[in-house]
Design a protein. Structure first.
Length: 133
């Protein structure tokens, strides 16, 4: 139904090292968000953990059977002096290859409590009866 970007062939979507080299060249570091996949009879649901990200900083793109998620966590530091910091701005990125068995045009996404849920319906499977003579 879908495959993780890192499981794709180098011809179809590149290799992890190519992605890292590109990110390093741009001096950007992307973090892969934690993901769950639920499969139902008529759809799949993908859940991404995006703590501290606001809805306005989430971007989903679909192109040539590849779903790309980009999200940015930006912390408000105005009017404060940090004495100790463990939280930071963070960029998240996930790239998934979506198979032909899913109807991406029916996809919908919801973001609540730091979790992005994307539901994609399965295409109906044509059942053909063959008469035996």
């Amino acid at each position: 139904m879908y495959s993780n970007f890192y499981a794709c062939s180098p011809k179809s979507c590149g290799t992890e090292s190519q992605v890292r080299k590109t990110a390093e060249m741009k001096r950007e570091i992307f973090h892969k968000p934690f993901m769950n996949q639920k499969e139902m009879e008529d759809a799949i649901e993908l859940e991404f953990s995006l703590p501290g990200v606001s809805k306005e900083n989430i971007k989903l793109e679909w192109q040539e059977q590849v779903l790309t998620l980009n999200a940015t966590r930006i912390l408000n530091r105005e009017g404060m002096t940090l004495k100790h910091r463990e939280f930071s701005d963070r960029k998240f990125k996930a790239i998934l290859r979506i198979g032909d068995s899913l109807d991406v045009s029916s996809a919908n996404a919801q973001f609540e409590h730091g979790v992005l849920k994307i539901k994609i319906a399965k295409k109906p499977i044509a059942k053909i009866s063959i008469e035996v003579k």
